[in-house]
Design a protein around this ligand. Structure first.
Ligand code: GDP
Length: 279
């Protein structure tokens, strides 16, 4: 993404009908220790791509993976396309640059450029550094006697977690619309990391009971003193996004999109996948 010549040649050679720009440094925690790399890839990389489209293939439609992280320190709950942004990480500030680059090129050069403001979307293929997969992998391994305990950061952060497969269909729908626009894709439900852990361990046959507060919180196997979840402050972030919940009414009205899979089912399908992986 950082090689303008390469991106230019690629767009020139193929003149794609549709371009889905999902290439990015997408891990918020890592962006605090790698802010310049994150900005080079996410902000400059997006500029490289829209410049290539402007110069070499202005008929190409392009989708950009913007993010609910733009809302950061949220101004209202739930968030929609009109909610003001307040990014809280180098990841979010880099994506804000990408978001406005898309809008600016759309307005300046009449290009078909669209932002998807997608809330967290997870699946069986989610990277293990993200909290949902970290939890489902651990729940599966712990229930099979392959891992002792799980270490997490902030248990009280709330996210609007949907299923990646539903969201990829939404990305495609956005580019089939008759005009370029920006859309929120979400489930309009917020659940805490704590709730996700309870649901995931529950699907692996383990009932979690919480004790203690803040850094001393532990998740015990109910009715025993066996510690299965501990806090490790290493996973805290310098600035946290406390709650994200998306209002998807615009995309529902304009494109007829709705999430099919929500929180409980998502945790279940991820744990079942991870259980069969280790079995
Ligand atoms: P994000 O919403 O894109 O940052 O997705 P993540 O899955 O990385 O994090 C979601 C939330 O879970 C954030 O508020 C994190 O602070 C919180 N969290 C708590 N413990 C952990 C952990 O061990 N790893 C990660 N990645 N996030 C954690």
């Amino acid at each position: 993404m950082t090689d303008h010549q390469f991106i230019n040649d690629l767009i020139k050679k193929h003149g794609f009908d549709e371009v889905y720009h999902l290439a990015g440094q997408s891990f918020v925690w890592l962006s605090f220790s790698n802010p310049i790399y994150t900005h080079n890839v996410n902000a400059m990389g997006t500029l490289n791509l829209v410049e290539a489209i402007r110069e070499e293939s202005p008929r190409s439609k392009m989708y950009f993976a913007a993010t609910s992280e733009l809302y950061g320190k949220v101004k209202e709950i739930p968030q929609n396309e009109e909610t003001p942004f307040h990014p809280r990480s180098p990841y979010a500030t880099s994506k804000l640059a990408g978001f406005w680059t898309m809008k600016n090129y759309r307005e300046s050069y009449n290009l078909f450029l669209c932002n998807g403001i997608l809330f967290n979307h997870e699946s069986e293929m989610r990277g293990p550094e993200f909290v949902t997969r970290k939890i489902t992998l651990a729940a599966a391994k712990i229930s099979l006697g392959m891992q002792d305990h799980l270490e997490l950061g902030n248990l009280d952060a709330k996210r609007d977690w949907g299923y990646a497969k539903d969201y990829v269909y939404g990305m495609w729908l956005i580019l089939q619309h008759d005009k370029p626009d920006d859309f929120v894709l979400a489930t309009n439900e917020a659940h805490s990391v704590r709730e996700f852990a309870e649901a995931a361990f529950g699907h692996a046959g383990i009932d979690i009971e919480w004790q203690g507060q803040d850094e001393d919180t532990v998740g015990l196997k109910r009715g025993t003193d066996q510690v299965l979840i501990k806090i490790n402050p290493e996973f805290y972030r310098p600035a946290e996004v406390d709650v994200l919940q998306g209002d998807y009414s615009k995309v529902k009205k304009v494109l007829g999109w709705e999430p099919k899979i929500k929180f409980k089912e998502l945790a279940k399908l991820m744990v079942e996948h991870d259980l069969s992986l280790f079995r």
